[in-house]
Design a protein around this ligand. Structure first.
Ligand code: MSP
Length: 523
């Protein structure tokens, strides 16, 4: 089973374009794996506990439970709009999750992995963590990123993180796919050198924070939000589930068929996923082979700056989907960023890429191929003509496109996969310009040649519809239906051999699938 997860989004606000990017990226990768014929389980969800939620709910005068229900709905609605097809949904207030977190805490405590001690020090309210001198800036102050910093003394529960960091270092060194892309692993290794001696405080006293999962053996405390949230990756796929539970079978999802892949943003690699989570799994008894791969994506910025409420530059994905369509947004989100790197969110580029690559190039190819086939050859595909060098070159271009696409998608490089498809589309349009089917149609002597040329164009559209289906599920399904490609839903990448449209196949009528975005719509 190919098991893919995303970060679970904080529910103390509304979803923005960064959240949408990560979920669309994951959806594209999950759909690609289904297309490869891999059994796939895609889990996403929301992170509902923690101090920030408690504080925001207080400000709004509602109970945190009411507050998170409300914000969670916004996330679910957006994912529905964006066409996400997930198999599991994680909400950390779910009783099944709470029971799993408490089970893990009890076991770790019994096994001597947890201890209680008093600590006095500086605490960042915004980041919900104690700070050390290493967190001070060059002037000896705690910088703005920490928000309000207060001095507190309190008893808490600690996880013996330091007992696992030597193992972690060795695991990362010996496992190339542990963190992708490789440069992110180097960042993690450097952070690990600085961090190796400290343990992790995993509780909060109830007098300070009530909105969390209660410690099963010490009810004056709730669980630190990260310790709780990270466990979603196992709890919602049935880890140590009680008998009769409706959760899936853990072993067949987590342990059968390659490492699970966790898609996360660069900000939550160090320390949360790269250090805490991997060490937690190690303490829970997971072997090196059972450790997940962390796929770390970059950030969408706005004109080189971080998106933030205070700068007022937050991009709302629901608004964009409404204005430009879901396909345009999904396409842009995986087309204009290299997985792992940052990119600038730019509306003009969204429009430009849609209009040039989809409306002009692909749209033109589809219209031409289907329209001329209908008008000139009665919509019937014929595969019997003799092949010229041009035809063979087109078939080769398609084979190269599919091979490049396959490798790129296996490496999560959606932008490169889309570039490969676009190259083939351009090849087809140039082929059409050279073969001039509209001229061939003027003389009945050319009928067989005309049929071959149009067959090459229609066959290419059929392959492109399949290859683009992970990114553009709606548009691809429309193209497949216009081609009357009945097997479309069941096709896998292995079926992508020349001849999807058999001799005598009858295609349907073309209808534009990628209407140009008019510039006035931008304002
Ligand atoms: N709740 C934690 C994750 C817990 S996972 C066990 C969290 N939530 S978040 O809402 O702040 O972020 C969710 C995801 O969105 C993270 O992977 C984060 O990197 C990603 N993004 C947030 N802003 C982003 C951009 N501007 N661009 C791309 N992704 C960004 O962290």
């Amino acid at each position: 089973m190919f098991y893919l997860t995303t970060a679970i989004d904080y529910t103390n606000g509304s979803p923005h374009i960064g959240h949408a990017y990560e979920k669309v990226l994951a959806d594209v990768i999950a759909r690609y794996h289904r297309l490869r014929g891999d059994e796939t389980f895609f889990l996403t969800g929301v992170d509902q506990h923690g101090q920030k939620v408690q504080q925001t709910a207080e400000k709004e005068g509602v109970h945190p439970a009411t507050f998170v229900k409300r914000t969670t709905k916004k996330f679910i609605k957006l994912w529905e709009t964006l066409g996400l097809e997930y198999d599991g949904w994680a909400e950390t207030t779910d009783d099944r999750h709470k029971a799993c977190v408490q089970g893990i805490l009890s076991r770790l405590e019994k096994e001597g992995q947890l201890y209680k001690k008093a600590h006095s020090g500086h605490y960042s309210v915004r980041q919900e963590q104690f700070l050390s001198d290493k967190d001070r800036d060059e002037n000896g102050k705690f910088g703005e990123e920490w928000g309000e910093v207060v001095l507190i003394e309190e008893e808490n529960w600690y996880f013996k993180l330091s007992e696992h960091t030597e193992w972690l270092q060795g695991f990362l060194d010996s496992t190339p796919e542990s963190v992708l892309p490789a440069f992110r692993k180097n960042e993690l290794l450097k952070a690990l050198e600085r961090n190796s001696g400290t343990d992790l405080c995993i509780s909060r006293p109830k007098e300070r924070l009530r909105w969390g999962i209660e410690f099963p053996f010490d009810p004056d405390f709730v669980t630190y939000v990260w310790f709780d949230a990270l466990i979603n990756y196992v709890s919602f796929v049935g880890y140590e589930k009680p008998e009769g539970s409706d959760l899936p079978d853990f072993d067949s999802i987590w342990k059968a068929g390659g490492r699970p892949v966790h898609i996360i943003g660069k900000d939550i690699l160090v320390p949360a996923h790269g250090i805490y989570w991997l060490c937690m799994l190690h303490a829970m008894g997971f072997s090196d082979e059972e450790m997940p791969s962390l796929l770390v994506h970059g950030w969408w910025n706005i004109k080189g700056e971080k998106m933030s409420k205070s700068l007022g530059n937050i991009v709302d994905p629901a608004e964009l989907a409404e204005k430009f369509g879901v396909d345009a947004l999904r396409y842009y989100l995986v087309r204009d960023i290299a997985t792992g790197k940052d990119s600038d969110f730019d509306l003009e580029r969204l429009i430009m890429l849609f209009n040039t690559e989809l409306a002009n190039e692909l749209g033109n190819l589809c219209n031409r191929a289907l329209n001329m086939s209908q008008r000139f050859i009665g919509g019937i595909i014929s595969t019997t003509g003799e092949l010229t060098e041009d035809d063979k070159a087109l078939q080769q271009s398609l084979a190269d496109c599919t091979a490049t696409y396959h490798v790129a998608m296996d490496h999560f490089d959606c932008d490169k996969a889309l570039e490969a498809v676009n190259r083939h589309v351009t090849h087809c349009n140039q082929y059409a310009e050279r073969m001039k089917p509209w001229e061939l149609n003027k003389d009945t002597e050319n009928t067989e040649r005309l049929q071959t040329v149009l067959q090459h164009l229609c066959e290419s559209v059929a392959h492109c519809a399949v290859l683009l289906s992970p990114v553009l599920p709606e548009a691809s399904a429309k193209l497949a239906s216009q081609l009357k490609l009945e097997s479309f839903e069941k096709l896998t990448l292995d079926d992508l051999k020349w001849g999807l449209l058999a001799d005598g196949h009858s295609i349907g009528k073309p209808k534009p699938v990628f209407p140009r975005i008019q510039i006035e719509e931008v304002d």
